[in-house]
Design a binder for this molecule. Sequence first.
Ligand SMILES: [Mg+2]
Length: 307
Amino acid sequence: MQHSRIKPNFEPGIFPALFIRASMKKHIVYILTLSAIVFSSCHRNKNTEIKHEQSTGRDTITVIDSAFRQKVRNEHMVLATLFQQTAAEYRALCYQAFNIGRYMLDADLADKSIDKHRIIVLDVDETVLDNSPFQAKSVLNSSSYPDYWDAWCKLANAEPLPGALEFLNYARANGVSIFYVTNRKDYLKEVTIQNLKAKGFPHADAEHVITRSAEASKEGRRQELLGKYHIALLFGDNLNDFAEDFEGKNVQSRFAAVDNVCKKFGTKFIVLPNAMYGDWENALYDYNPRLGDSLNFEKRRKALKSF
Ligand SMILES: [Mg+2]
C-alpha cells in the first residue's frame, strides 16, 4: 500500500506551520484532522495548497501566506527571551559572571608587576545592557532585526544586567578604566552613552564607548586598546567579544576554538549567557542572513542531536 507523507515545502520567509510527517496508514485519524484544518483554511483564505508528488508519494503542503504563519514565525525565540526575562537562573548566572570578575580583578590588582594602566573591556548588548524587550517586540510583532532596533536603542532605557553596575563601579573605584566595545554602529553612539550614563555605568563617555565604524570584528579595536593598556578582563555574551580566533566558524570549530583556550574562561574571559541570539545561532545558518524562515527552520532541526 502506498504511504502518503506530508512534508513541509514552505517558501523562503514562510514559517512551516504544518511540518508534521505522518503515515496515512498508521495515523489516519490524525491526517483526517489535519486535512480538515488545511482544507478549511484553504477554503477560507485560499492561501494553503496541497500537491501530491507522484514520484515520492508525498503530499506537500505549501502555506503561501497566512496570519498564523506571521504570528508564529518567531516562536523559536520565545523561550530564550523568557529565560532572560523570567528565569531566576539567568539572573544568578549574571551575578556569577560579575562575582568571578571581581575575584579575578582582585587577583590582577594584586599583581604589582603590571605597570600599564589597567582596563576592563566589555561588550554592551547582553553583557551590560538587557535588550530582551527588543527581542520580545520582535516576537510579538513577527519582525526581525533591524526592525525596531534603532527605536529601542534611542529610548536609551535598557536595564543593566544584574551585578554589572556594582562590579564596574568597584573596578572604577580601584582605578581601573572601563571600555565598552560594541558592535552598535556609530550613529547609535550618543544614545548608547546616554543609556549607560542614565543607568549609572562608569566611564560612559565618547572615549570609552567604542562603537562599530567599519568591520564587525572587534579585533582591531581590542588590539588598539592592548597597545596602550593592560586588559585585566574581557566580558561578552559572544565569543567574538574575546578573540578573533572564534570568528566565522562552524559549530564544531567553535567548540574546538573554545577547547583550545579553555583555561581563559573565568580567568581572562568572562562569558554572560545569551540564548536569544548571537554567533552561536549564526553558525547554525552558515552565517547566511538570507536563508529565510523556512531554511532556518530546517537548519535548526537538523542541528538537533537526538537518539
Ligand atoms: Mg553582545
